[in-house]
Design a protein around this ligand. Structure first.
Ligand SMILES: Nc1ncnc2c1ncn2[C@@H]1O[C@H](COP(=O)(O)OP(=O)(O)O)[C@@H](O)[C@H]1O
Ligand SMILES: [Mg+2]
Length: 418
Protein backbone atom coordinates (compact mmCIF):
# COMPACT_ATOMS: atom_id res chain seq x y z
CA UNK A 1 0.00 0.00 0.00
CA UNK A 2 1.54 3.27 -1.02
CA UNK A 3 1.28 6.30 1.31
CA UNK A 4 -0.59 9.42 0.29
CA UNK A 5 1.26 12.81 0.04
CA UNK A 6 -0.77 13.99 3.08
CA UNK A 7 0.37 11.13 5.32
CA UNK A 8 3.96 11.68 4.12
CA UNK A 9 3.81 15.33 5.25
CA UNK A 10 2.34 14.46 8.68
CA UNK A 11 4.98 11.79 9.36
CA UNK A 12 7.80 14.18 8.48
CA UNK A 13 6.29 16.80 10.83
CA UNK A 14 6.13 14.15 13.58
CA UNK A 15 9.77 13.24 12.96
CA UNK A 16 10.76 16.91 13.15
CA UNK A 17 8.87 17.33 16.43
CA UNK A 18 10.54 14.26 17.90
CA UNK A 19 13.98 15.56 16.89
CA UNK A 20 13.25 19.03 18.31
CA UNK A 21 12.01 17.47 21.57
CA UNK A 22 15.13 15.34 21.85
CA UNK A 23 17.33 18.40 21.20
CA UNK A 24 15.45 20.40 23.85
CA UNK A 25 15.82 17.59 26.40
CA UNK A 26 19.54 17.23 25.62
CA UNK A 27 20.06 20.99 25.97
CA UNK A 28 18.20 20.99 29.33
CA UNK A 29 20.25 18.07 30.59
CA UNK A 30 23.45 19.82 29.54
CA UNK A 31 22.37 23.01 31.33
CA UNK A 32 21.50 21.10 34.53
CA UNK A 33 24.82 19.25 34.41
CA UNK A 34 26.74 22.52 33.91
CA UNK A 35 24.91 24.18 36.83
CA UNK A 36 25.59 21.18 39.06
CA UNK A 37 29.28 21.21 38.16
CA UNK A 38 29.46 24.98 38.87
CA UNK A 39 27.73 24.59 42.25
CA UNK A 40 30.06 21.74 43.12
CA UNK A 41 33.02 23.97 42.24
CA UNK A 42 31.73 26.82 44.43
CA UNK A 43 31.49 24.43 47.35
CA UNK A 44 34.86 22.82 46.78
CA UNK A 45 36.97 25.96 46.31
CA UNK A 46 37.35 26.37 50.08
CA UNK A 47 33.97 28.08 50.24
CA UNK A 48 34.95 30.89 47.86
CA UNK A 49 32.04 31.75 45.54
CA UNK A 50 32.67 32.75 41.95
CA UNK A 51 33.10 36.46 41.31
CA UNK A 52 29.59 37.01 39.88
CA UNK A 53 28.04 35.41 42.95
CA UNK A 54 30.30 37.50 45.21
CA UNK A 55 29.42 40.74 43.42
CA UNK A 56 25.71 40.09 43.81
CA UNK A 57 26.08 39.34 47.53
CA UNK A 58 28.23 42.42 48.13
CA UNK A 59 25.79 44.67 46.27
CA UNK A 60 22.91 43.45 48.41
CA UNK A 61 24.96 43.83 51.57
CA UNK A 62 26.03 47.37 50.70
CA UNK A 63 22.48 48.34 49.85
CA UNK A 64 21.26 47.00 53.17
CA UNK A 65 24.01 48.83 54.94
CA UNK A 66 23.23 52.03 53.13
CA UNK A 67 19.67 51.93 54.38
CA UNK A 68 20.94 51.64 57.96
CA UNK A 69 23.31 54.57 57.66
CA UNK A 70 22.35 58.24 57.79
CA UNK A 71 21.35 59.83 54.49
CA UNK A 72 22.86 63.10 53.33
CA UNK A 73 20.24 65.69 52.38
CA UNK A 74 20.73 68.97 50.57
CA UNK A 75 19.58 72.22 52.17
CA UNK A 76 17.09 72.56 49.30
CA UNK A 77 15.52 69.19 50.15
CA UNK A 78 15.17 70.15 53.80
CA UNK A 79 13.76 73.56 52.93
CA UNK A 80 11.06 71.91 50.85
CA UNK A 81 10.35 69.24 53.49
CA UNK A 82 10.00 71.80 56.29
CA UNK A 83 8.09 74.35 54.18
CA UNK A 84 11.00 76.73 54.60
CA UNK A 85 11.35 75.98 58.33
CA UNK A 86 7.96 77.19 59.41
CA UNK A 87 6.72 74.61 61.93
CA UNK A 88 8.90 75.04 65.02
CA UNK A 89 8.70 72.10 67.44
CA UNK A 90 11.03 73.54 70.05
CA UNK A 91 14.54 74.73 70.62
CA UNK A 92 17.39 73.90 72.95
CA UNK A 93 20.99 74.81 73.59
CA UNK A 94 22.28 73.72 70.21
CA UNK A 95 19.51 74.35 67.75
CA UNK A 96 15.91 74.81 66.76
CA UNK A 97 13.80 71.80 65.77
CA UNK A 98 11.29 71.97 62.89
CA UNK A 99 8.70 69.50 61.67
CA UNK A 100 9.08 68.31 58.11
CA UNK A 101 7.56 65.83 55.69
CA UNK A 102 9.19 64.14 52.72
CA UNK A 103 7.39 63.34 49.49
CA UNK A 104 7.20 59.66 50.44
CA UNK A 105 5.15 60.68 53.50
CA UNK A 106 7.87 60.25 56.14
CA UNK A 107 7.48 62.84 58.88
CA UNK A 108 10.74 64.10 60.35
CA UNK A 109 12.11 66.50 62.94
CA UNK A 110 14.88 68.67 61.49
CA UNK A 111 17.27 70.10 64.05
CA UNK A 112 18.99 73.16 62.62
CA UNK A 113 22.18 73.83 64.51
CA UNK A 114 22.78 77.37 65.68
CA UNK A 115 25.66 79.62 64.88
CA UNK A 116 28.33 80.14 62.34
CA UNK A 117 30.43 77.18 61.31
CA UNK A 118 32.63 77.03 64.37
CA UNK A 119 34.74 74.17 65.58
CA UNK A 120 32.34 73.54 68.44
CA UNK A 121 29.29 73.20 66.25
CA UNK A 122 31.14 71.01 63.81
CA UNK A 123 32.16 68.67 66.61
CA UNK A 124 28.63 68.52 67.95
CA UNK A 125 27.36 67.78 64.48
CA UNK A 126 29.87 65.06 63.71
CA UNK A 127 29.41 63.48 67.12
CA UNK A 128 25.67 63.22 66.64
CA UNK A 129 25.92 61.92 63.11
CA UNK A 130 28.49 59.27 63.78
CA UNK A 131 26.91 57.97 66.95
CA UNK A 132 23.15 58.01 66.52
CA UNK A 133 23.27 57.28 62.81
CA UNK A 134 24.55 53.79 63.45
CA UNK A 135 22.64 52.93 66.56
CA UNK A 136 19.26 51.28 66.50
CA UNK A 137 17.25 50.46 69.58
CA UNK A 138 13.56 50.70 70.38
CA UNK A 139 14.21 53.23 73.12
CA UNK A 140 16.61 55.45 71.18
CA UNK A 141 15.53 58.10 68.70
CA UNK A 142 16.50 57.30 65.14
CA UNK A 143 18.67 59.63 63.06
CA UNK A 144 17.63 59.41 59.41
CA UNK A 145 20.22 61.74 58.06
CA UNK A 146 21.90 65.09 57.98
CA UNK A 147 22.72 68.15 55.94
CA UNK A 148 26.17 69.64 56.01
CA UNK A 149 26.40 72.75 53.87
CA UNK A 150 27.90 76.17 54.36
CA UNK A 151 24.49 77.73 54.84
CA UNK A 152 22.83 74.88 56.72
CA UNK A 153 23.88 72.25 59.18
CA UNK A 154 21.01 70.09 60.26
CA UNK A 155 20.16 66.69 61.67
CA UNK A 156 17.12 64.80 60.46
CA UNK A 157 15.43 62.64 63.10
CA UNK A 158 12.40 60.41 63.14
CA UNK A 159 9.44 62.47 64.27
CA UNK A 160 8.08 61.77 67.72
CA UNK A 161 4.36 62.45 67.66
CA UNK A 162 3.98 63.20 71.34
CA UNK A 163 6.99 65.47 71.81
CA UNK A 164 9.13 65.47 74.91
CA UNK A 165 8.39 64.16 78.39
CA UNK A 166 8.76 67.53 80.15
CA UNK A 167 5.45 68.65 78.69
CA UNK A 168 3.60 65.78 80.39
CA UNK A 169 5.44 66.00 83.70
CA UNK A 170 5.27 69.73 84.28
CA UNK A 171 2.55 71.15 82.06
CA UNK A 172 -0.02 68.58 80.94
CA UNK A 173 0.19 66.85 84.29
CA UNK A 174 -1.90 63.71 84.75
CA UNK A 175 -2.61 63.03 81.06
CA UNK A 176 -0.31 60.04 81.44
CA UNK A 177 -1.31 57.52 84.09
CA UNK A 178 1.12 56.23 86.68
CA UNK A 179 1.71 52.80 85.16
CA UNK A 180 2.52 54.44 81.80
CA UNK A 181 4.97 56.72 83.61
CA UNK A 182 6.58 53.64 85.10
CA UNK A 183 6.91 52.14 81.61
CA UNK A 184 8.44 55.38 80.36
CA UNK A 185 11.01 55.24 83.18
CA UNK A 186 11.88 51.60 82.47
CA UNK A 187 12.08 52.16 78.69
CA UNK A 188 14.33 55.18 79.15
CA UNK A 189 16.56 53.09 81.43
CA UNK A 190 16.74 50.40 78.72
CA UNK A 191 17.80 52.95 76.12
CA UNK A 192 20.59 54.29 78.32
CA UNK A 193 21.67 50.76 79.33
CA UNK A 194 22.03 49.96 75.62
CA UNK A 195 24.26 53.00 75.08
CA UNK A 196 26.41 52.10 78.08
CA UNK A 197 26.61 48.37 77.93
CA UNK A 198 25.65 47.04 74.52
CA UNK A 199 27.16 49.37 71.95
CA UNK A 200 30.49 48.39 70.49
CA UNK A 201 31.99 51.54 71.96
CA UNK A 202 30.35 52.79 75.14
CA UNK A 203 28.37 55.98 74.65
CA UNK A 204 27.91 58.41 77.50
CA UNK A 205 24.92 60.67 76.91
CA UNK A 206 25.79 63.52 79.33
CA UNK A 207 22.41 65.22 79.03
CA UNK A 208 19.65 62.93 80.28
CA UNK A 209 16.68 65.13 81.19
CA UNK A 210 12.93 65.23 80.44
CA UNK A 211 13.46 67.42 77.34
CA UNK A 212 15.58 64.67 75.83
CA UNK A 213 13.08 61.88 76.40
CA UNK A 214 10.75 61.90 73.41
CA UNK A 215 7.48 60.02 73.20
CA UNK A 216 6.14 58.33 70.08
CA UNK A 217 2.45 58.06 69.20
CA UNK A 218 2.06 55.20 71.69
CA UNK A 219 3.91 57.11 74.44
CA UNK A 220 6.88 54.77 74.17
CA UNK A 221 9.98 56.67 75.30
CA UNK A 222 12.98 57.25 73.05
CA UNK A 223 16.14 58.87 74.32
CA UNK A 224 17.21 61.76 72.06
CA UNK A 225 20.24 64.00 71.61
CA UNK A 226 23.49 62.15 71.67
CA UNK A 227 25.16 65.34 70.61
CA UNK A 228 27.28 65.58 73.68
CA UNK A 229 28.25 61.94 73.72
CA UNK A 230 31.59 62.05 71.98
CA UNK A 231 32.70 65.50 73.05
CA UNK A 232 34.36 63.96 76.09
CA UNK A 233 37.45 63.36 74.00
CA UNK A 234 38.01 66.98 73.12
CA UNK A 235 40.34 69.37 74.91
CA UNK A 236 38.34 70.69 77.80
CA UNK A 237 39.67 73.63 79.69
CA UNK A 238 36.46 75.32 80.61
CA UNK A 239 33.31 73.59 81.69
CA UNK A 240 30.16 75.55 82.17
CA UNK A 241 27.04 74.13 83.64
CA UNK A 242 25.02 75.78 80.91
CA UNK A 243 27.40 75.01 78.09
CA UNK A 244 28.74 71.83 76.60
CA UNK A 245 28.10 69.28 79.27
CA UNK A 246 24.86 68.50 80.93
CA UNK A 247 22.08 70.61 82.32
CA UNK A 248 21.97 72.10 85.81
CA UNK A 249 19.94 69.97 88.14
CA UNK A 250 20.63 66.80 86.15
CA UNK A 251 24.42 66.96 85.74
CA UNK A 252 26.30 64.73 88.17
CA UNK A 253 28.61 66.41 90.71
CA UNK A 254 31.70 64.83 89.15
CA UNK A 255 31.09 66.91 86.03
CA UNK A 256 32.09 69.98 87.99
CA UNK A 257 34.23 68.38 90.66
CA UNK A 258 37.64 66.72 90.74
CA UNK A 259 36.50 63.21 89.94
CA UNK A 260 36.97 61.05 86.86
CA UNK A 261 33.96 61.19 84.59
CA UNK A 262 32.39 57.92 83.58
CA UNK A 263 29.07 56.63 82.28
CA UNK A 264 27.93 56.84 85.91
CA UNK A 265 27.16 60.51 85.30
CA UNK A 266 24.20 59.37 83.17
CA UNK A 267 23.01 57.15 86.03
CA UNK A 268 22.93 60.24 88.26
CA UNK A 269 20.96 62.24 85.67
CA UNK A 270 18.56 59.34 85.23
CA UNK A 271 18.01 59.30 89.01
CA UNK A 272 17.17 63.02 88.94
CA UNK A 273 14.78 62.37 86.06
CA UNK A 274 13.18 59.51 88.00
CA UNK A 275 12.37 61.80 90.96
CA UNK A 276 10.65 64.15 88.54
CA UNK A 277 8.74 61.32 86.88
CA UNK A 278 7.31 59.99 90.14
CA UNK A 279 6.74 63.43 91.63
CA UNK A 280 5.43 64.98 88.38
CA UNK A 281 7.22 68.13 89.48
CA UNK A 282 10.53 69.83 88.84
CA UNK A 283 13.16 68.83 91.36
CA UNK A 284 13.73 72.48 92.18
CA UNK A 285 10.60 74.48 92.92
CA UNK A 286 11.05 77.57 95.06
CA UNK A 287 7.33 78.20 95.21
CA UNK A 288 7.09 75.31 97.69
CA UNK A 289 7.91 75.32 101.43
CA UNK A 290 11.68 75.22 101.99
CA UNK A 291 11.73 71.58 103.13
CA UNK A 292 10.16 70.53 99.80
CA UNK A 293 12.01 72.97 97.56
CA UNK A 294 14.61 70.45 96.48
CA UNK A 295 12.60 67.31 95.89
CA UNK A 296 15.40 64.68 96.03
CA UNK A 297 16.47 65.82 99.50
CA UNK A 298 12.87 65.82 100.67
CA UNK A 299 12.41 62.27 99.36
CA UNK A 300 15.55 61.18 101.22
CA UNK A 301 14.33 62.82 104.45
CA UNK A 302 10.97 61.09 104.16
CA UNK A 303 12.58 57.74 103.34
CA UNK A 304 15.00 58.10 106.26
CA UNK A 305 12.14 58.76 108.69
CA UNK A 306 9.96 55.98 107.27
CA UNK A 307 7.36 58.50 106.13
CA UNK A 308 7.03 57.57 102.49
CA UNK A 309 3.24 57.62 102.90
CA UNK A 310 3.39 61.46 103.18
CA UNK A 311 5.17 61.61 99.84
CA UNK A 312 2.52 59.47 98.19
CA UNK A 313 -0.23 61.76 99.40
CA UNK A 314 1.55 64.91 98.18
CA UNK A 315 2.36 63.28 94.83
CA UNK A 316 -1.22 62.02 94.47
CA UNK A 317 -0.17 58.38 94.14
CA UNK A 318 -2.83 55.97 95.25
CA UNK A 319 -3.57 52.27 95.79
CA UNK A 320 -1.41 49.68 94.09
CA UNK A 321 0.71 52.39 92.44
CA UNK A 322 2.25 53.20 95.82
CA UNK A 323 4.38 50.07 95.94
CA UNK A 324 5.79 50.80 92.49
CA UNK A 325 6.32 54.48 93.36
CA UNK A 326 8.28 53.52 96.48
CA UNK A 327 10.41 51.20 94.38
CA UNK A 328 11.07 54.02 91.91
CA UNK A 329 11.99 56.47 94.67
CA UNK A 330 14.45 53.96 96.12
CA UNK A 331 16.05 53.40 92.70
CA UNK A 332 16.28 57.18 92.23
CA UNK A 333 18.03 57.55 95.61
CA UNK A 334 20.53 54.84 94.61
CA UNK A 335 21.17 56.47 91.22
CA UNK A 336 21.92 59.96 92.56
CA UNK A 337 24.52 58.86 95.08
CA UNK A 338 27.19 61.51 95.18
CA UNK A 339 29.87 58.84 94.81
CA UNK A 340 29.72 57.55 91.23
CA UNK A 341 31.03 54.08 92.07
CA UNK A 342 28.16 53.50 94.46
CA UNK A 343 25.52 54.09 91.79
CA UNK A 344 24.05 51.01 90.05
CA UNK A 345 24.69 50.14 86.42
CA UNK A 346 21.80 51.04 84.10
CA UNK A 347 21.14 47.35 83.33
CA UNK A 348 20.71 46.81 87.07
CA UNK A 349 18.41 49.85 87.23
CA UNK A 350 16.29 48.28 84.48
CA UNK A 351 15.93 45.06 86.46
CA UNK A 352 15.10 46.91 89.67
CA UNK A 353 12.43 48.95 87.88
CA UNK A 354 11.03 45.82 86.28
CA UNK A 355 10.79 44.28 89.74
CA UNK A 356 12.99 41.28 88.96
CA UNK A 357 15.83 42.39 91.24
CA UNK A 358 15.64 43.23 94.90
CA UNK A 359 16.45 46.86 95.65
CA UNK A 360 19.13 47.42 98.28
CA UNK A 361 18.28 49.86 101.06
CA UNK A 362 19.56 53.27 99.92
CA UNK A 363 22.08 55.11 102.06
CA UNK A 364 22.19 58.91 102.30
CA UNK A 365 23.11 59.96 98.75
CA UNK A 366 23.78 63.58 99.74
CA UNK A 367 25.92 63.14 102.83
CA UNK A 368 28.63 65.56 101.78
CA UNK A 369 26.42 67.92 99.85
CA UNK A 370 23.92 68.34 102.70
CA UNK A 371 26.56 69.12 105.27
CA UNK A 372 28.58 71.35 102.97
CA UNK A 373 31.77 69.43 103.70
CA UNK A 374 34.34 68.56 101.04
CA UNK A 375 34.13 65.25 99.29
CA UNK A 376 36.69 62.68 100.47
CA UNK A 377 38.77 62.61 97.29
CA UNK A 378 40.61 65.66 96.05
CA UNK A 379 42.43 66.30 92.75
CA UNK A 380 45.39 64.04 92.19
CA UNK A 381 43.92 61.14 94.16
CA UNK A 382 43.20 58.01 92.21
CA UNK A 383 40.92 56.06 94.50
CA UNK A 384 37.73 57.55 93.13
CA UNK A 385 37.39 55.35 90.09
CA UNK A 386 34.32 53.67 88.83
CA UNK A 387 33.69 50.07 89.79
CA UNK A 388 33.06 49.51 86.08
CA UNK A 389 36.13 50.16 83.91
CA UNK A 390 35.42 52.70 81.21
CA UNK A 391 37.55 53.39 78.18
CA UNK A 392 35.59 56.57 77.58
CA UNK A 393 36.25 58.08 80.97
CA UNK A 394 38.32 61.22 81.09
CA UNK A 395 39.99 63.00 83.95
CA UNK A 396 39.07 66.66 83.77
CA UNK A 397 41.74 68.96 85.16
CA UNK A 398 40.45 71.13 87.97
CA UNK A 399 42.46 73.68 89.84
CA UNK A 400 39.59 74.91 91.95
CA UNK A 401 37.61 72.75 94.32
CA UNK A 402 33.96 73.66 94.44
CA UNK A 403 31.66 71.80 96.81
CA UNK A 404 28.29 71.06 95.26
CA UNK A 405 25.13 72.35 96.79
CA UNK A 406 21.55 72.36 95.57
CA UNK A 407 21.74 76.14 95.68
CA UNK A 408 24.49 76.18 93.08
CA UNK A 409 22.45 73.91 90.91
CA UNK A 410 19.44 76.14 91.33
CA UNK A 411 21.22 79.26 90.23
CA UNK A 412 23.00 77.55 87.35
CA UNK A 413 26.39 78.62 88.58
CA UNK A 414 29.11 78.38 86.00
CA UNK A 415 32.35 76.83 87.10
CA UNK A 416 35.60 77.61 85.39
CA UNK A 417 37.91 74.67 85.63
CA UNK A 418 41.15 76.51 85.00
N1 LIG B 1 12.47 64.00 66.94
C1 LIG B 1 11.64 64.88 67.48
N2 LIG B 1 10.30 64.76 67.32
C2 LIG B 1 9.46 65.63 67.89
N3 LIG B 1 9.84 66.69 68.64
C3 LIG B 1 11.15 66.88 68.84
C4 LIG B 1 12.12 66.00 68.27
N4 LIG B 1 13.35 66.44 68.63
C5 LIG B 1 13.15 67.51 69.39
N5 LIG B 1 11.85 67.81 69.51
C6 LIG B 1 11.24 68.91 70.27
O1 LIG B 1 12.09 70.04 70.18
C7 LIG B 1 12.50 70.44 71.49
C8 LIG B 1 13.89 71.02 71.44
O2 LIG B 1 14.81 69.99 71.22
P1 LIG B 1 16.35 70.22 71.50
O3 LIG B 1 16.85 71.25 70.57
O4 LIG B 1 17.00 68.90 71.44
O5 LIG B 1 16.41 70.83 72.93
P2 LIG B 1 16.22 70.21 74.38
O6 LIG B 1 16.68 68.79 74.32
O7 LIG B 1 17.10 71.04 75.25
O8 LIG B 1 14.75 70.32 74.72
C9 LIG B 1 12.35 69.20 72.37
O9 LIG B 1 12.18 69.50 73.73
C10 LIG B 1 11.13 68.54 71.74
O10 LIG B 1 9.96 69.08 72.30
MG1 LIG C 1 17.20 67.64 73.01
Amino acid sequence: MSSTPDSQVSSSVEATLIIVSIVVIVVKVVIVVVICIKRANIGSESGAPDSRFLTLTMDKFLNDMERENPIRFTSQQLRIATDNFTNLLGSGGFGAVYKGIFTNGTIVAVKVLYGNPSKRIEEQFMAEVSTIGRIHHFNLVRLYGFCFERNLRALVYEYMGNGSLDKYLFRENKIIGFSRLHEIAAGTARGIAYLHEECQQRIIHYDIKPGNILLDVNFSPKVADFGLAKLCNRENTHITMTGGRGTPGYAAPELWMPFPITHMCDVYSFGMLLFEIVGRRRNVDDSLPESQEWFPRWVWKKFECGEMGDLMIVCGIEGIDREMAERMFKVALLCVHERPQLRPLMSVVVKMLEGVLEIPIPTNPFQYMMHGIPYPVLPGHTTQTSSFPDSDSSQIPFSRFVPGTPIMTRYEIEIAST
